[in-house]
Each structure stands twice: as structure tokens, then as C-alpha cells.
Design a protein around this ligand. Structure first.
Ligand code: ZN
Ligand code: ZN
Length: 76
């Protein structure tokens, strides 16, 4: 079964519709979860600063000084 992740908070969902209908406190724009469109990986890299994380949720919980939104964002 596929898993879907929010690219802002790293939360995991079993369907896209339940992901996008939820409230996301980490999305700086619209406060909704947004689908991470990359594949599941063993390592996630921030596209702004290049830091590596072992999970999407740990990437998302960090502060990124190179990002306009001050949040790490994963490469796809
Ligand atoms: Zn979210
Ligand atoms: Zn970063």
C-alpha cells in the first residue's frame, strides 16, 4: 500500500484525499497539508541548504536559514 507524505510537516497518510483535507500548522501559506511528490527514500535532502535527514518528519521539523519560508524543503 502506498504512503503519502506532507511536504511541510512529514506526516504520513494512506490516501491523498485524507492528506489534502487535513490542517497543517507547518504550511506557511494555506495551512493545509500538501503532497510530497517525490518517492520514499532512506535519506531526504533539503533543496535549500543540502542538509540530509533520515526521515521527512525530521527534515520538516528543522529550521532552515537558507529558505524563504525558514523551513527545509525536500528535493524530489
Ligand atoms: Zn502537513
Ligand atoms: Zn534546509
Amino acid at each position: 500500500m502506498a504512503n503519502y507524505y506532507c511536504k511541510w510537516c512529514g506526516q504520513k497518510y494512506s490516501s491523498v484525499s485524507s492528506l489534502t483535507s487535513g490542517h497543517c500548522s507547518k504550511n506557511p501559506e494555506i495551512k493545509k497539508h500538501a503532497l510530497y511528490e517525490g518517492s520514499e527514500k532512506s535519506q531526504y535532502v533539503c533543496k535549500f541548504c543540502g542538509h540530509k535527514y533520515s526521515s521527512l518528519s525530521s527534515l520538516c521539523s528543522g529550521h532552515c536559514s537558507k529558505s524563504l519560508t525558514k523551513k527545509h524543503q525536500p528535493t524530489l
